[in-house]
Ligand binder design. Structure first.
Ligand SMILES: *Cc1c(COP(=O)(O)O)cnc(C)c1O
Length: 438
């Protein structure tokens, strides 16, 4: 049996209908933005392997730092004990996090970072002796797959079997351009009714919703309402963190700053599973008490895993290098040029960009994640040597910052091919891999 067959005999994949899914593509190696398959075929990783990879695959500097940490201390219980990597990483994160963040709570993925944030917010009000029940979230948001994270996420087909098990959340519309006032007035009404513990939001870009974007100005207005009504604000920067939006954090575009920030994905540059939830001193202080029941009773076996923290530190070193910042700016500039060239083409409904994130929405006639168009676009990309994972009729690029101009060209070319496919100007497939090896 080859690897794909052995996989199909044993593995249950995420977000995959195992009955109908194509055989998985065995990847044996990665280098920069390229993934190398068992059969020698290469793929440009235009989605940064589910939005996690910042500096390219198998980065030698991260590998070196991880190796050193592995040979020194692989793990230690994080209750009652500490270690240099966790402390140094927390110190360095606090230096770059939005103003007002003062404590780092580690976990091991984006969903747990959100769970911790929600528990912090709810218990905060309990500890103060003035419990508040409700959480506000954006209607189309995605905050993860565990139950608390699902509860504050869109009530979509993905979570339908669990709806009756999810706690109630007050949803407001996403303030996309032209719809700002609705969203603001919905939040204001809820805030004035009271009993709101927290507002959780994906700042500027809602990833899973289809890279749906809104402006810093309108988010600032929402944050102002929260501040006025003493509502805790939770910025879920799991996807937007670490340069994705053009600045280190999406929150860096706002005047108002969150009480709590959730991090994962790019936190380790895409090397290790790690989550972090940061909080302001105000939130933290509400848990300090002689009464032990005020403790944040939460923790994971692998909390603050030293190897993951070492990967995070190495990734931060790389992120802050001028070469990386230039990469981010270069991608943003090239995206803007490509966006301008494609947005008037037939079949293209809307083009959205925020920093290194570019989304192209094709006209769909009412398709969804489950539609055939999605599968056709996905296969077309792969056949053209590009890993693009459409969200329904929306195709997006969220690349590692080291992606070369030639690789980016290949991605743009594949998207142009998709545009022609959508408008019936071209017959599928049309592989052209020549540019890849520039
Ligand atoms: C991916 C994502 C999560 C969940 O992170 P996982 O590590 O997949 O559990 C939470 N919030 C946002 C905004 C995300 O994009």
């Amino acid at each position: 049996m080859n690897l794909a067959q052995r996989d199909q005999a044993t593995i249950w994949h995420p977000y995959t209908q195992m009955k109908t899914a194509a055989a998985p593509i065995p990847i044996v190696r990665g280098e920069g933005a390229l993934l190398v398959a068992e059969d020698g075929k290469t793929y440009v990783d235009a989605v940064a392997s589910w939005w996690v990879n910042l500096h390219g695959h198998a980065h030698p500097y991260i590998a070196q730092k991880v190796t050193e940490q592995l040979q020194t201390l692989e793990h230690v219980i994080f209750a009652g004990f500490t270690h240099p990597a966790a402390v140094t990483f927390a110190e360095r994160l606090l230096q770059i996090l939005p103003e007002g963040q003062s404590r780092i709570f580690y976990s091991d993925n984006g969903s747990t970072a959100v769970e911790v944030a929600l528990k912090m917010a709810i218990q905060y009000w309990n500890n103060l002796g003035t419990p508040r029940k409700k959480i506000i979230a954006f209607r189309d948001s995605y905050h993860g797959d565990t139950f608390g994270a699902m509860a504050v996420s869109a009530r979509s087909a993905f979570t339908a079997p669990f709806w009756s098990y999810l706690f109630e959340v007050a949803f407001i519309d996403v303030p996309v351009p032209g719809r700002e006032e609705e969203s603001i007035s919905q939040l204001r009404t809820l805030a004035e009714a009271g009993d709101i513990a927290a507002f959780i939001y994906e700042p500027l870009v809602l990833g899973t919703a289809g890279m749906v974007m809104y402006t810093p100005e309108v988010l600032d207005r929402l944050l102002e309402i929260c501040q006025k009504h003493d509502i805790l604000t939770i910025a879920d920067e799991v996807m937007t963190g670490f340069g994705r939006t053009g600045r280190t954090f999406a929150s860096d575009y706002m005047q108002g700053q969150p009480d709590i920030v959730c991090l994962s994905k790019g936190l380790t540059g895409g090397t290790m599973a790690l989550g972090a939830t940061s909080s302001s001193e105000k939130v933290y202080n509400a848990f300090l008490h002689d009464d032990k029941s005020k403790t944040l009773f939460h923790g994971h076996s692998y909390t603050a895993n030293p190897v993951a923290c070492a990967a995070g530190l190495a990734s931060l070193d790389l992120l802050l290098q001028s070469q990386t910042q230039e990469g981010i700016n270069r991608i943003a500039t090239r995206h803007a040029t490509f966006a301008a060239s494609i947005k008037e083409l037939p079949g293209v409904q809307e083009v959205r960009q925020q920093g290194t994130i570019l989304a192209i929405e094709f006209e769909d006639g009412g398709t969804s994640y489950f539609s055939d168009l999605r599968d056709t676009l996905y296969s077309f990309g792969l056949d053209n040597g590009v890993l693009l994972r459409p969200l329904g009729n929306i195709i997006y690029i969220i690349p590692p910052y080291c992606i070369t101009d030639a690789q980016l060209n290949l991605v743009y070319q594949a998207i142009l091919g998709m545009q022609q496919l959508v408008t019936g100007q071209r017959h599928y497939p049309r592989p052209d891999l020549t540019m890849l090896h520039d």
